[in-house]
Design a binder for this molecule. Structure first.
Ligand SMILES: [Zn+2]
Length: 92
């Protein structure tokens, strides 16, 4: 579905609107809460599948785009690990 984020986590599934920057921010805030509460989540956004998780401490522990050290959340797609800031841009 276009302009919608499907999020599946342990024990549930939810869909949120993701058509505007504000809605995207809400999606990311929601993901952050879910990951801290439930662990890894699967995200489907505009036909792309992502996994969002907390860093495991294993390499690579730096963002594939900007090289920043990965903090609380890692967005993974096709073996690329992105920080939340880069993920917000490339998810569009
Ligand atoms: Zn980055």
């Amino acid at each position: 579905m276009k302009d919608a984020a499907g999020i599946s986590y342990r024990g549930g599934w939810t869909m949120l609107p993701a058509g505007t920057p504000y809605e995207m921010q809400l999606v990311h805030d929601h993901i952050q809460r879910l990951v801290s509460q439930y662990g890894d989540i699967d995200l489907r956004l505009n036909g792309a599948d992502w996994v969002v998780k907390r860093p495991s401490g294993e390499p690579p522990n730096r963002c594939s785009m900007c090289g920043v050290g990965l903090g609380k959340l890692v967005y993974t797609r096709s073996l690329r690990n992105l920080c939340p800031s880069c993920a917000k841009h490339s998810l569009r």
